[in-house]
Design a protein. Structure first.
Length: 375
């Protein structure tokens, strides 16, 4: 099996898994309890929180643990909308967002909020001039992904934040799910909330983080006690927090070597795939190298995916959380070609991807291409 769907789910780092197991055995207590076992658990999760804060260059009090980025996105968007509802109900986002953002915005729209989508330029980045035109005195939220999960486009988050400085009631939410471990994170200046999840950088499923700027008083997601934060009550999962801290630390410290390795794999794929006349590379050159989106003309992405799967190769069509049967919103936004968007699919690369796996993929791709593009 050749697994080129790392963007959807990465294999857990062995050291991270060992950290989880060790903490799960040594800290069985409830970190909210006042006895010795509780104190040991609290000390462990406090240390993890401090480590995460150091990695992200934020304060420990700004860390809120969640079950993942989807929960963090929902929490941030709904809470900010409710917080600022008396100042306005206008929200701006992009057509490149993960379904946990776009779906939440649809739910808010049904509650009376007005949603505008900013135009995307041909290189996949936000049209800052159009964003400036869309901003209004009653705009309360701009939600943008730092890196698009389908194309790998890196958005100008710092420039977007700068545009919002003159709008005191407008908050910026950044979905950094696909950015962590792929590129240095943007400065947090001007960012109010930011989401991430551990399994995108070789951590375990079921643990994520919402970074919330201090001073931003959101309504709690879960009421009933302080726990690690007043914003999400409940017994904290100490081992998961500790495993996330280690995965994040490794992702940040090993970033240059990891990226260089993936960049070489991406370049090889682009060179080899250029030999096929019906292949169109949708990811721009400036995209993160871990994500390569392509289309094969007149072959639906789902069809090519199934054929590759029959050859033992796993790739992804759209985001893993998206609905089937519809064209990729991200690819359509860039190419303006519905048929091309329906034909698109995504290769996700990792520093763990081997040269042999790339060779195996190219052999399988060639066989599938010849079968599916026959006249």
């Amino acid at each position: 099996m050749i697994y080129l769907d790392y963007s959807a789910n990465t294999p857990v780092d062995e050291a991270v898994l060992e950290r989880f197991c060790a903490v799960e055995r040594s800290c069985p207590g409830n970190a909210n309890s006042r006895h010795q076992a509780g104190a040991a658990a609290k000390a462990a999760i406090d240390e993890a929180t401090q480590s995460i804060a150091r990695s992200l260059h934020v304060q420990p009090a700004e860390i809120i643990y969640t079950s993942g980025a989807s929960e963090a996105n929902n929490f941030a968007l709904k809470s900010i909308a409710r917080l600022e509802r008396h100042h306005g109900k206008h929200i701006i986002s992009t057509p490149l967002e993960h379904s946990s953002v776009s779906g939440t915005l649809t739910a808010l729209q049904e509650q009376g909020y007005e949603i505008d989508l900013v135009d995307i330029k041909q290189d996949g980045t936000v049209d800052l001039a159009h964003l400036r035109e869309l901003l209004r005195p009653d705009t309360i939220l701009v939600a943008v992904t730092a890196v698009d999960s389908e194309l790998g486009v890196v958005q100008p988050v710092t420039e977007i934040a700068a545009l919002l400085k003159d709008y005191p009631h407008c908050h910026l939410h950044v979905d950094a799910t696909q950015a962590v471990g792929k590129l240095p994170l943007p400065s947090f200046e001007g960012i109010d909330t930011l989401s991430l999840t551990a399994h995108k950088f070789y951590g375990l499923n079921g643990i994520g983080v919402l970074v919330k700027r201090r001073g931003l008083a959101l309504e709690p997601l879960i009421h009933g006690g302080e726990s690690t934060t007043i914003y999400r009550s409940g017994t904290p999962t100490v081992a998961l927090a500790c495993s996330l801290a280690l995965a994040l630390d490794k992702a940040m410290t090993e970033l240059p070597e990891r990226v260089e390795r993936v960049r070489s794999l991406n370049a090889r794929l682009r060179t080899e795939l250029a030999n096929y006349p019906k292949v169109r590379i949708n990811s721009p050159e400036a995209a993160v190298p871990q994500i390569l989106n392509l289309s094969v003309k007149d072959v639906k992405g789902t069809v090519f995916q199934r054929e590759l799967d029959a050859h033992g190769v796993c790739v992804s069509v759209k985001s893993a959380c998206s609905s089937d049967g519809l064209p990729s919103r991200a690819v359509f936004a860039v190419s303006r070609d519905r048929r091309n968007a329906l034909s698109s699919w995504r290769i996700s690369l990792s520093h763990r991807t081997t040269d042999e796996e790339i060779t195996g993929f190219l052999q399988a791709f060639d066989a599938c291409y010849r079968t599916l593009t026959q006249p």
